[in-house]
Write a protein that binds this ligand. Structure first.
Ligand code: PHB
Length: 389
């Protein structure tokens, strides 16, 4: 079997890249380790930047998102019993779209099924061969059979634990990592959101976030210990702890109900350099991870997809390799800025076990500066709505 681009990973970045390439007549195959249902059962963040909206429009998969998503012109930050507002629209001219990553993935699967595009599910033992030569190929096992696909390029969209990054030899790969001494416990509940906007809360008991999916579906998170298990937290204990971390008037308005999903995610900052090795290109979580505080995970994957898609298009349509040659440099320049923002916003809002009295005062001073200074708010808002590609 032969194709132009083998895409490893059927999550949102692989599917989006595939759809964009197909629209340009660039042949590709997507390999996914799990099933479609498994991929669609994963709940992820739900805030999309305008760059991702543009890509979805270009891929012709924006219809449902435009009908059912919610444009948010700002967000609230809660601190010391009160809240203040960051007005993204007034500060930057842009808003963000609240629409679940799971829904983006569902729309992409529906579009590729309608177009008859090929996805190979439940593939195992994926190996990338000769990525540093002119004729790479990918081998794998599927349903007991060994298979091979020859290609021009390989896009590694297979996440943090995938094989793509590991294929780049250690002699050329450099990794930068920071782990955080806490996790996020998240629940989804069929209750109306506590506010029209997202609320990011800094409290003495730890961080909390009030988010949403629609008028009757809310997503809430609280900072928890890394050793906590979702089973340790009853719904009642979760709601009680969330309320204690929110300003009184917000807690009073909170509507609680049974959780329909509950999970814990650790927080990590991670970047792999370079993002290209020969004919292999890394995209999204395969190359970098951000803590979820700025909702930058999917959005940063989307900017990689933008640079790679345009590089491949330039190569196939104009015979010019400039875009793919500069892919790693361009993608990383933006990745590091998203890393900085996510790290800064995390450090502003969480309680750290080793925080000194001085560190706590610094956090308060930083929050006060953000509350009262337009330039600080503008810097925050520009990053939140997404830096330009
Ligand atoms: C979410 O809705 O799941 C969500 C929103 C904003 C974040 C993280 C997660 O920063």
């Amino acid at each position: 079997m032969r194709t132009q681009v083998v895409i490893i990973g059927g999550g949102p970045s692989g599917l989006l890249l595939s759809q964009l390439l197909l629209r340009r007549g660039i042949d590709n195959v997507v390999l996914e380790r799990k099933t479609r249902d498994y991929v669609l059962s994963r709940i992820r963040a739900g805030v999309l930047e305008r760059g991702l909206l543009e890509l979805m429009r270009e891929a012709w998969v924006a219809g449902r998102m435009e009908r059912e998503g919610f444009a948010h012109d700002g967000a609230l930050i809660a601190h010391e019993g009160g809240t203040f507002h960051i007005d993204f629209k007034a500060l930057t001219g842009h808003s963000v779209m609240v629409y679940g990553q799971t829904e983006v993935t569902r729309d992409l699967y529906d579009a590729r099924e309608a177009a008859g595009a090929e996805t190979l599910f439940e593939v195992e033992q994926v190996e990338i061969h000769d990525a540093d030569g002119d004729a790479p190929y990918v081998s794998f096992r599927q349903h007991g059979e060994t298979r091979r696909i020859d290609c021009d390029f390989v896009a590694g969209c297979d996440g943090f634990h995938g094989v793509s990054r590991q294929t780049i030899p250690l002699s050329v790969r450099r990794e930068y990592e920071k782990t955080y001494p806490f996790g996020w416990l998240g629940i989804l509940s069929e209750t109306p959101p506590v506010d029209d906007e997202l609320i990011y809360a800094n409290s003495a008991r730890g961080f909390a976030l009030c988010s949403m999916r629609n008028a009757n579906l809310s997503r809430y998170y609280i900072q928890c210990a890394l050793s906590d298990k979702p089973e340790d937290w009853t719904d009642a204990a979760f709601w009680q702890e969330l309320k204690r971390r929110l300003p009184g008037e917000v807690a009073e308005r909170l509507v609680t109900g049974p959780s329909i999903e509950k999970s814990i995610a650790p927080l990590r900052s991670f970047v792999c350099e370079p993002m290209r090795w020969g004919r292999l290109f890394l995209c999204g979580d395969a190359a970098h991870i951000v803590p979820p505080t700025g909702a930058k995970g999917l959005n940063t994957a989307a900017s990689d997809v933008h640079y790679l898609y345009n590089g491949l298009r330039q190569f196939y349509e104009e015979g010019d390799s400039e875009g793919i040659d500069r892919y790693s440099e361009r993608a990383l320049a933006r990745v590091w800025k998203a890393e900085r923002f996510s790290w800064w916003f995390s450090s502003l809002l969480h309680r750290y076990p080793d925080q000194s009295a001085f560190d706590l005062r610094m956090q308060t001073a930083e929050l006060e500066f953000l509350r009262t200074n337009r330039a600080a708010q503008q810097a925050m808002a520009e990053n939140y709505v997404g830096l330009p590609y």
